[in-house]
Write a protein that binds this ligand. Structure first.
Ligand code: PGA
Ligand code: ZN
Length: 422
């Protein structure tokens, strides 16, 4: 089938996992009807596409009625009658109508809700799951980067780094990886409660615990203890997202951790030390988004994955600059940072062509939408970051991956034969 016509588009205001308004969009053809929901960040990169919010008193200024109106009154008339199988044209028509650098006219949230809902309805119209529609040959089920201790902008504790994640490896399947991750999460809960008391097991925005820790090594120590209790030392690697806009001072150019202030090169030594002590495989945003010097140095000097989130904001143009400057060796892919499926896929392809890894990612404000699970499989990305094995909006993505693995007898779990560094 070459052409299936969009017959209706309708958006509404709903709530995300933090209880803030976001957009749900329905797209119809004569053959199918699917919806998509838009996530939202807390530690937002300065160059991200603009989420349109209403301001004023309603929902503390966070309403999205204007963006919903833009979908229903501006985008819908533009796209009804178009071919839903032509995602590039759908997205380019919206970009043209928006006609700004950062999607601030129609709103990146309005645009993404339609872009993603079109992809979902197109797949459904062809009776395909989303991942098969996007890539009929996809076969890799990603390693989950599970954020089990939360700090920074996502938690009410004093940890500077935002995310302490575990990556289950050397297991046969994603199903086993999820079990190892979940067991570790629950063992960590016991370990934390014993050491810090009951309040330590409250969870942050991404489902990880938010214990009252201060020292940057404490989370690693506690997770290692949980791993050892379970005998999973060879099955878990660490990943962190420092997200330093939270502890970086633009005026002085220094990073504050605990009571100490660090230059970028001094902070690099902190990372070097952590990497030498713990099995850290991946560091996301080790430096502030404009600290290209820090990013280039760590990429060159530490032989691990360096992931660019706020520095690239899923923008192919910023990724091109980064590639030229030798910063990072992986891209964090968040579709709402850029706002359309076409541009997000372009960013991923550009990354792969330049031998960068791709980590598909949720936002800290999420919804029940599971599209990123399908997107991670479609891209054969091999890695997905979607929170702890806790909170419905996080677990929904992991549950979706279980189903995709079950549907594909010949799929391969990306962490199956992981060479453990000695
Ligand atoms: P955010 O956090 O969704 O709040 O931006 C996630 C991240 O920094 O990776
Ligand atoms: Zn990040």
């Amino acid at each position: 089938m070459d052409e299936i016509i969009i017959t209706n588009i309708k958006a509404r205001e709903v709530l995300d996992s933090r209880g803030n308004p976001t957009i749900e969009c329905d797209v119809k053809t004569d053959l199918a009807f699917e919806s998509a929901l838009v996530p939202s960040g807390a530690s937002v990169g300065e160059k991200e596409a603009i989420e349109l919010r209403d301001g004023g008193k309603r929902y503390h200024g966070k309403g999205v009625e204007k963006a919903v109106k833009n979908v229903n009154e501006k985008i819908a008339p533009l796209l009804i009658g178009e071919n839903i199988l032509d995602q590039k044209k759908i997205d380019s028509l919206m970009l043209k109508a928006d006609n700004t650098e950062n999607k601030s006219h129609l709103g990146a949230n309005a645009i993404l809700s339609v872009s993603l809902a079109c992809a979902r309805t197109a797949a459904s119209s062809l009776r395909l799951p989303l991942y098969k529609y996007l890539n009929p040959n996809s076969s890799v089920i990603p390693i989950p980067l599970m954020n089990i201790i939360n700090g920074g902008a996502h938690a009410g504790n004093s940890l500077e780094f935002q995310e302490f994640m575990i990556m289950p490896v050397n297991v046969e399947t994603f199903k086993e990886a999820l079990r190892v991750g979940s067991e570790t999460y629950h063992e960590l809960k016991i370990v934390l409660k014993e050491k810090y008391g009951k309040s330590a097991i409250n969870v942050g925005d991404e489902g990880g615990f938010a214990p009252p820790m201060k020292d940057i090594e404490e989370p690693f120590e506690m997770i290692v203890k949980a791993e050892e209790n379970l005998g999973y030392e060879k099955n878990l690697m660490f990943a962190i997202d420092a997200a330093p806009s939270y502890f970086y001072d633009k005026k002085t150019g220094k990073y504050t951790i605990g009571s100490k202030k660090y230059t970028n090169m001094e902070l690099l030594e902190v990372y070097r030390e952590l990497v030498s002590k713990y099995n850290i495989l991946s560091i996301e945003d080790p430096f502030y988004e404009e600290d290209y010097e820090g990013f280039a140095a760590i990429t060159k000097e530490l032989n691990i994955q360096i992931v660019g989130d706020d520095i690239f904001v899923t923008d192919p143009e910023l990724l091109k600059i980064g590639i030229k400057k030798g910063v990072c060796n992986a891209l964090l892919l968040k579709i709402n940072q850029i706002g359309t499926m076409t541009e997000a896929m372009e960013a991923a392809e550009l990354a792969f062509r330049n031998k960068y890894n791709v980590v598909v990612s949720h936002r800290s404000g999420e919804t029940e939408d599971t599209s990123i699970a399908d997107i991670s499989v479609a891209l054969d990305a091999g890695q997905i970051k979607t929170g702890a094995t806790c909170r419905g909006e996080r677990v929904a993505k992991y549950n979706r991956l279980l189903k995709i693995e079950e549907e594909n007898e010949h799929s391969i779990y990306a962490g199956k034969k992981f060479k453990y560094p000695t």
